[in-house]
Design a protein around this ligand. Sequence first.
Ligand code: FMN
Length: 331
Amino acid sequence: MRAEVVSAARLSVAPMMDWTDRHCRYFHRLISGRALLYTEMVTAPALVRGGALHLLDFDPSEHPVALQLGGSDPRELAQAAKLGQAAGYDEINLNCGCPSDRVQSGTFGAVLMKHPQTVVDCVSAMQDAVDVEVTVKCRIGVDDQNPEEVLPEFLARLGAVGCSRIIIHARKAWLQGLSPKENRDIPPLDYDLVQRMRGLFPHLHLSVNGGITDLDQAAAFLKQGLDGVMVGRAAYHQPWDILGEADARIWGDARDQTAEGVARAMLPYIEAHLAAGGKLHQVTRHMLGLFSGRPGARRWRQVLSTGATREGAGPELVEEALSHIGPAKAA
Ligand SMILES: Cc1cc2nc3c(=O)[nH]c(=O)nc-3n(C[C@H](O)[C@H](O)[C@H](O)COP(=O)(O)O)c2cc1C
């Protein structure tokens, strides 16, 4: 499985709280059979102290799928990683990039960039606890740190304990004064630094993340020697543009499917979700961008976003929304 996961890591969908839940990942997996999918961050305390094991539920079709953990206590993270492995995840990722207040207060996420020894201790404990690969997602630094010094030291320390796959969100996090959302846009991107890390650490598997909006850009990074590209917001908002072409372009697979086909393939999943007591919008909210750029895309969004929260809304609403979609432009 590890070789398959590493191959999948050429293009991954980023962990995104409230967005990349299991419904979203099921949907993304229908669009791309190959991309590596990440969960939302699940905190180690929620799993280990809170016993919130339902947070680990996923559909077998989601493989290859990575669990992202948040935390800073090696023992707790090791236990959480074990739970993740037992649940069937293919990779356990440690979040060293998330700047939100809640996360800062628990000393984890991006603030860990200031505590590389803690990161190494956490990663080592997790590696000892599981057989699946332990990876890290980080920033290039935080606050007044100098990324030119901090990032190579961080990578060298991880490499020294055998953590060899790292995803770098190519901007700093400013822990004071910016909201989490601003921290994804305002600190400038430094792709060049990530490229230089490529040269400095040829034995590490490095993925770049941040501001990648189309597959051309992703393919260019791979061509320049990066091992992987992680896409967040663009994959969520324009899943067809990013994931619909990915299997062919990134892995050379022949895929013969349409966005309409993917929407229809969601119907049995939706029916099962409703039968289990779930609500339509919990699934369809992730599908709003499927036809982005196509004639009828706006009506698709409108029909789904206004209708799916209504009592009794079911799969027929998806069929109705689909009736507004016009033909795709010929490639
Ligand atoms: C709604 C949202 C939630 C996010 N939640 C997480 C998270 O749980 N863990 C994490 O490491 N990054 C999180 N991120 C950051 C993304 O993983 C990614 O690093 C960031 O959006 C930059 O990539 P992009 O420009 O391709 O979106 C989140 C981003 C968004 C938009």
